[in-house]
Design a protein around this ligand. Structure first.
Ligand code: FAD
Ligand code: NAG
Ligand code: NAG
Ligand code: NAG
Length: 498
């Protein structure tokens, strides 16, 4: 059975595929690009294979572009855009379609890869430059956060990036960004001073609050709708050390109840501690039909077992890696890859305001009941991850109020083995999330915001920013991308139109 939203998607991709092959000869565009700019690799080469095999999900690895373009500088990107965009009237683009990737960690089919088009892989543009006073770091958009942290750790500095190995600068910093510092500083994108952006005409713009304030704000949540980000400038943060690690618990009613109470207490504004970030997860695994509970605690000061975590650390655990440590070590410890034998993945995201312990117990119960329908799926790992949201500064396009400390972001993730199970898994997950969202609504806790970087293609994160934000994002697109080039030439990812 197809789920309701996969039908229009199939039709849409069929139409795109037919129109693309009938009008555009990708092979000749690749050849032209190779001769005018270079850095083009083809199926069968090791550069091409390395690019395709480095996507996080099997869905993205399964797409095969006609060629991969790996620019080494902003000028290469500019030449690429000028080559393919003749800049005619709105919606009249008839050139090749392309995908844009940095770390390749968005998981759904076509988010950052494309069948038969050109994939622009920013991976070679991974420079890191620290300003002389060490207060600002300049990062190529193809950089990988887990490779950036060890460089900065040496100076007792860090930057707001991803918390598992492999996440890229480009997608993370244009979609939001939850980092260890987010309870104090907000979303990572809210802290970026400058984006270097190649726009639809191939101009290289330095986009900051003074130069292009509207475009600067649009990039903070507007993902790939405005151009190709080639570099960012972000503040560094002094960090003396961290305390944190993981906790694993047996899955028993008492332990679930204790975790529900502990998370509710963590999120209670009267206990707010801006140094403390965390995630707690319920995990179901097949084979074995195993259930587990886990917690990851991240404190951005070298303080052992701070009071805010004590409701968790008091629960009897079966594994505990909590320690005084550093950013690099914590990120390395987090698993950055899908479980063995499970190359496919689906995420569904939603948000709510903190509730009482009973509310979390009900949320857990809905998840537990929902695992039954999926228990037979080969190599399934179904994880309900609940995390505090960054305390927004309001300086983004995410449509979130500033200063709210009790917002929670929840992501339901399935990893599994076979494409044949896609529709069953999607349906089973949607059943869980619909019920959980209903619970949030009943309790008056529901928040419409969907975090773009965790969202599935069946969701609409840009609409979730609110009508006014979406209208503003569309107006900025019309202003800086007169012909709608990034709407038609770059179909993947979340778009501001329609
Ligand atoms: C295991 C795992 C752990 C995660 N942990 C975290 C976490 O701790 N915190 C968090 O906030 N998120 C986390 N995420 C989500 C992550 O932020 C998103 O997947 C994000 O999109 C990754 O960025 P990327 O560059 O790797 O993505 P890509 O897949 O390369 O790109 C994602 C989207 O951004 C666009 N894009 C990429 N590069 C550019 C660019 N240079 N200019 C303009 N647009 C661009 C792409 O076209 C695509 O639509 C996690 C994801 C996974 C799979
Ligand atoms: C690239 O992958 C293809 C398909 O898996 C394989 O046939 C080819 O030998 C690989 N090329 C290199 C250089 O590894
Ligand atoms: C970070 O921690 C790891 C593991 O404890 C250690 O090996 C490494 O030297 C630390 N790095 C710095 C810069 O302190
Ligand atoms: C980093 O902090 C540690 C511990 O406070 C200190 O010993 C070390 O000298 C610092 N390193 C730098 C480069 O400041």
């Amino acid at each position: 059975m197809l789920s309701s939203h996969s039908v229009p998607f199939l039709i849409a991709s069929f139409v795109l595929a037919t129109s693309a092959t009938s009008v555009v000869d990708i092979a000749s565009y690749c050849k032209l690009l190779a001769s005018k700019v270079g850095h083009v690799s083809y199926p069968g080469s090791s550069t091409y294979n390395d690019s395709i095999s480095s996507y996080y999900s099997g869905q993205e690895r399964q797409l095969h572009p006609g060629c991969v373009f790996s620019p080494t500088c902003a000028e290469d990107v500019s030449r690429f855009i000028k080559l393919i965009n003749p800049g005619h009237g709105y919606g009249s683009y008839r050139g090749p379609q392309f995908a844009l990737r940095s770390g390749g960690h968005m998981i759904w089919t076509g988010a950052a890869n494309i069948q038969g088009g050109i994939t622009v892989d920013m991976g070679s543009m991974n420079s890191l430059q620290l300003s002389e006073d060490r207060k600002i770091v300049s990062l190529g958009s193809g950089g990988i956060w887990s490779e950036i942290y060890p460089v900065l750790d040496k100076y007792n500095l860090t930057v707001m990036g991803g918390r598992v190995p492999g996440i890229g600068v480009g997608g993370f910093s244009t979609g939001g960004g939850i980092s260890y510092l987010s309870r104090r500083q907000g979303w990572a994108c809210e802290n970026i001073y400058n984006y270097q952006l190649v726009d639809a005409t191939g101009q290289i713009l330095e986009v900051n609050e003074r130069s292009y304030p509207d475009l600067w704000l649009a990039l903070k949540g507007g993902s790939n709708n405005y151009g190709i980000v080639t570099r960012i400038e972000a503040p560094t943060w002094e960090i003396e050390g961290m305390w944190g690690g993981g906790l694993a618990f047996n899955y028993t009613p008492e332990i679930l109840a204790a975790n529900a109470k502990a998370f509710s207490s963590f999120m209670d504004p009267k206990n707010f501690d801006d140094s403390a970030d965390m995630g707690m997860a319920l995990v179901f695994q097949n084979p074995g039909q195993v259930y587990a509970v886990g917690g990851d605690l991240y404190y951005i000061k070298p303080v052992v077992n701070p009071p805010i975590y004590r409701p968790f650390t008091a629960i009897p655990s079966i594994a505990n890696t909590l320690r005084l440590t550093n950013v690099t070590s914590l990120v390395t410890e987090a698993s950055g890859s899908l479980p063995p034998g499970a190359s496919r993945a689906i995420d569904l995201v939603f948000s709510f305001r903190n509730g009482d312990a009973d509310f979390y117990s009900d949320l857990f119960k809905i998840w537990e009941d929902g695992t039954e329908a999926l228990a037979h799926i080969e190599n399934l790992q179904l994880v309900l991850l609940i995390q505090p949201q960054p305390v927004s500064t309001g300086k983004s396009s995410l449509g979130l109020p500033a200063g709210e400390t009790d917002f929670v972001v929840t992501v339901l993730t399935a990893a599994y083995a076979n494409a044949a199970d896609d529709d069953t898994v999607q349906k089973g997950m949607e059943d869980i999330v619909v019920k959980q969202e209903d619970l949030c609504r009943q309790k008056g806790l529901y928040i419409p915001y969907q975090y773009l970087n965790y969202a599935d293609r069946s969701q609409d994160p840009i609409a979730s920013y609110g009508k006014a934000e979406k209208a503003r994002l569309q107006a900025v697109s019309k202003k800086y991308d007169l012909n709608g080039f990034f709407q038609s030439a770059l179909p993947g990812g979340f778009k501001v139109f329609p």
